[in-house]
Design a protein around this ligand. Structure first.
Ligand SMILES: [Ca+2]
Length: 361
């Protein structure tokens, strides 16, 4: 009888456990310097942004080409620099992309959104369409993640600037928000706050994961000491920071006496202690069938990839590929369903993870 219970335990444990049969490859020889985003292109090549202002094109034939991008007034200190790139819906025809970077000086800097053309791994026609206000004097908490919605309008996350966390609650500031805009940088029609037409949601600390899943917007954000969150983002909603957080200040002091507050939306998932979530995708491929339909989230502090099944309440969050123990900056997928992981730091690389059969070493 006891053996039968152990069998049942192993059977149920195997459902939620790490994907066991996988192989990790390093397909590109180039060493990447402080990369931020890993972007898949329709021709199955990838581009990687590097914060100091370079774009690296990783081609299918394993060659890599680095371009120093002419980003006007680039400010590349701390967490700032060249951050995200996202393709427009008609990219195959137009070669048009959106990008984020930080501009200015140590005393006066801001996140900006620009449109550009991307062809043959090279960016051109870079035109600033939006700049987050007010400017600030800290080199951290810029947010910077882009996502395109089904109707072709755009969202971008902004950070609270660290020293300006109270502004995350103010509609007069674009810090600590998710902003909504059209492809030309103008405000959308009928925004939730008529007096702050770019603001989609408020009360965020530093959001670096932003995806759509079947029309729903899902974001993750860095908390302070603990209190990292996954949120379902809805227009006009307040996500609480810094009035409500399940984390504490780095000193150990409470940031707020409130763990919940009327009118403020609690997270779908909370991580305490922090994992430091960086990138995120919705995995729709079938190469790893256990992961199909799940969110894949890279982490810096936890040094692993996490899968999140948000069809369950509460979401089921599970480490995957646990033999890889590195700070991970971003994640994407190749056209054949391989999971591509961008590592973090001054000598970073791209790892490709594919299933291996049980008789492989
Ligand atoms: Ca929150």
């Amino acid at each position: 009888m006891r053996g039968w219970y152990i069998f049942l335990f192993l059977l149920s444990a195997s459902v939620a456990a790490d994907v066991q049969q996988y192989r990790v490859e390093q397909p590109y020889e180039i060493s990447l310097r402080q990369p931020w985003a890993l972007v898949a292109l329709p021709d199955d090549s990838f581009v990687v942004t590097e914060k100091h202002g370079a774009l690296v094109w990783l081609q299918d034939d394993k060659k890599a080409i680095r371009q120093q991008v002419a980003l006007p007034d680039l400010y590349s200190e701390g967490q700032g620099g060249f951050l995200d790139i996202a393709l427009t819906q008609d990219f195959a025809l137009s070669n048009k992309v959106m990008l984020t970077y930080t501009r200015g000086t140590a005393d006066n800097n801001q996140l900006v959104i620009a449109s550009a053309k991307l062809s043959n791994g090279q960016l051109s026609d870079i035109t600033q369409i939006l700049a987050v206000t007010p400017t600030k004097d800290t080199p951290v908490h810029f947010g910077g993640r882009l996502a395109v919605l089904d109707d072709g309008t755009w969202l971008v996350s902004t950070g609270d600037g660290f020293d300006y966390r109270e502004q995350a609650q103010k509609l007069t500031s674009q810090l600590g928000k998710i902003l909504h805009f059209r492809e030309d940088g103008s405000a959308v029609q009928a925004p939730p706050f008529s007096n702050a037409p770019f603001i989609y949601s408020l009360g965020h600390r530093n959001t670096q994961g932003l995806v759509t899943v079947n029309g729903k917007v899902i974001a993750h954000e860095h908390g302070p000491a603990g209190g990292d969150e996954i949120n379902v983002i809805k227009a006009g909603y307040n996500y609480g920071w810094p009035v409500v957080t399940l984390g504490d200040d780095y000193s150990g002091a409470r940031i707020s006496p409130f763990r919940e507050y009327p009118g403020m939306t609690p997270p779908l998932h909370n991580w305490t202690p922090s994992v430091a979530p960086s990138g995120m995708i919705h995995y729709t491929a079938s190469r790893f069938t256990q992961l199909t339909g799940q969110l894949l989230i890279t982490t810096l502090k936890e040094k692993t990839l996490l899968s999140a099944d948000i069809s369950k309440a509460p979401p089921q969050v599970t480490p995957v590929f646990t033999r890889i123990s590195q700070r991970l900056r971003d994640v994407n997928v190749s056209s054949d369903g391989a999971i591509m992981l961008l590592t973090d730091g001054a000598k970073a690389t791209v790892l490709s993870v594919v299933p291996s059969s049980s008789d492989s070493p």
